[in-house]
Design a protein around this ligand. Structure first.
Ligand SMILES: *[C@@H]1O[C@H](CO)[C@@H](O)[C@H](O)[C@H]1NC(C)=O
Ligand SMILES: *[C@@H]1O[C@H](CO)[C@@H](O)[C@H](O)[C@H]1NC(C)=O
Length: 432
């Protein structure tokens, strides 16, 4: 009887002590034995994005899209719709099984990176009746990638990159041009169901030493959507589900939605009892004519401000996407059928651009001037310095079929990306 009582009391305390409570100070973070990954107490995130793999992007794997000749589908949705699900499945299975393999994860770890961010669309898990997507297979590859990451000591962010109806109208959300995620409750419902599945599955104890963040949604287009609706109908229910239904101490990652620094400071705050939130900022300087036209010194200055800009933010921050791009010349970077602003060939609606320089031979390193190479290395180093002022960085992408500016593996091969990652040819760019 007494033994049984003791057992019950012990069990009671076990249950109590395993229930997550918000950390009051950095000391109490130690109570989070495994899962609660304390970004501020560890070395900066130095990561890579596994872009263009489980979510197609024409500029990352142009060969998949060039196969269509003159009538190129603009995104994965139309890729699958044009081919039909059976043929799309054959081609996508080939892509998923070859574009990334165990060797890549081994290589990523040996180059000194410590994390991979893996984008996946809602359609990998569940589809709307009207969807043409291939579904139900990506998960096998995702799980394999997580297992390889674990094997080679890499941490993982699982990143929900596409919501039903699209959260931004970018091709990388699966469906280009429309932004209808929050307009129809069936879109919110199916995306939330998928998110709950992801939260539940990838917060399991067996993943605790590997998966240190789940990104609720990539790049919702803040200025075009109802952010209060996003918070109330999507983010808060997901947070609630994670902490109160799953009782998990998983970290959640929230993209800044293209809002200014400090915008998220009063959302899911410690004062409200919320915790384990990291804000993900993405930074590029090639998606407007004005940014492309700045001088190299101005670009470096902007990059350094990306570092100082987040220092006062209430939540922990990581720069979850950035690149080496000083031009937007990579074919289809702006989307299939849309040219480059850099050489003035950009045509989209009433947007115009003007000639700033040639995009010819952009992907041939032997055609790059020494100055361009130096500028690229300078730009990368300044960004790493800036982002390491706080939580670190995740470069977009590890590899592409043909691009240089978006491909860490090629940049490393050409000596434009530091090896080791802490090496600097241009030290102290952000400390002046
Ligand atoms: C979405 O979910 C809500 C809440 O469960 C439900 O009331 C609504 O009918 C659903 N919408 C659709 C289109 O299924
Ligand atoms: C979708 O929602 C946005 C933001 O609330 C609104 O501006 C837009 O008109 C809506 N689109 C449709 C098709 O209802």
């Amino acid at each position: 009887m007494i033994l049984k009582l003791l057992f019950t009391i012990t069990l009671f305390f076990k249950v109590i002590s395993s229930t997550p409570v918000p950390p009051k100070s950095s000391d109490s973070v130690q109570f989070y034995e495994k899962r609660y990954y304390d970004y501020s107490a560890n070395e900066p995130i130095r990561g890579l994005n596994i872009g263009g793999w489980l979510v197609l992007e024409p500029y990352i794997t142009p060969s998949l899209f060039e196969a269509f000749g003159d009538d190129v589908p603009v995104d994965e949705y139309h890729y699958c719709q044009t081919l039909g699900r059976d043929e799309a499945a054959i081609r996508l299975l080939e892509h998923w099984g070859t574009f990334y393999t165990e060797e890549d994860f081994k290589q990523i770890a040996s180059l000194g990176f410590n994390l991979v961010r893996i984008p996946v669309g809602y359609w990998a898990f569940k589809t709307l009746e009207s969807d043409p997507y291939v579904s139900g297979v990506q998960e096998i590859f995702l799980d394999e990638a997580i297992a390889w990451s674990k094997k080679y000591g890499l941490k993982v962010w699982v990143d929900l990159h596409g919501a039903a109806g699209s959260q931004n109208g970018f091709d990388n959300s699966g469906l280009r041009d429309a932004v209808n995620f929050l307009n129809y409750s069936e879109n919110i419902n199916i995306t939330s169901e998928v998110l709950e599945y992801i939260l539940q599955k990838y917060s399991a104890e067996s993943y605790a030493d590997t998966i240190i963040g789940i990104e609720l949604l990539n790049e919702p287009l803040g200025p075009s959507i109802d952010l209060d609706k996003l918070k109330n109908d999507y983010y808060i229910p997901a947070y609630d589900y994670l902490r109160n239904t799953l009782n998990s101490n998983q970290n959640i990652i929230i993209h800044d939605a293209f809002e200014a620094y400090n915008y998220w400071d009063d959302f899911l705050t410690l004062e409200d009892g919320a915790w384990g939130i990291t804000i993900d900022h993405h930074h590029y300087q090639v998606f407007s004519t004005g940014e492309l036209a700045t001088t190299m010194d101005e670009k470096i200055q902007t990059a350094c401000q990306w570092g100082t800009g987040v220092l006062s933010e209430a939540h922990w921050t990581v720069a979850g996407e950035f690149s080496a791009a000083l031009t937007d010349c990579t074919k289809w970077l702006n989307g299939v059928g849309i040219g480059a602003r850099y050489d003035g060939s950009y045509v989209k609606g009433s947007d115009t651009s003007y000639y700033q320089g040639s995009c010819d031979n952009n992907e041939d390193i032997t055609s790059w001037s020494d100055e361009r190479k130096q500028n690229t290395r300078r730009f990368i180093e300044a960004q790493l310095d800036a982002f390491e002022m706080r939580g670190g960085w995740i470069f977009w992408c590890y590899k592409t079929e043909t691009s240089i500016e978006w491909d860490a593996s090629r940049l490393i091969e050409y000596g434009l990306f530091p090896q080791p990652l802490t090496d600097r040819q241009y030290p102290g760019q952000c400390s002046n």
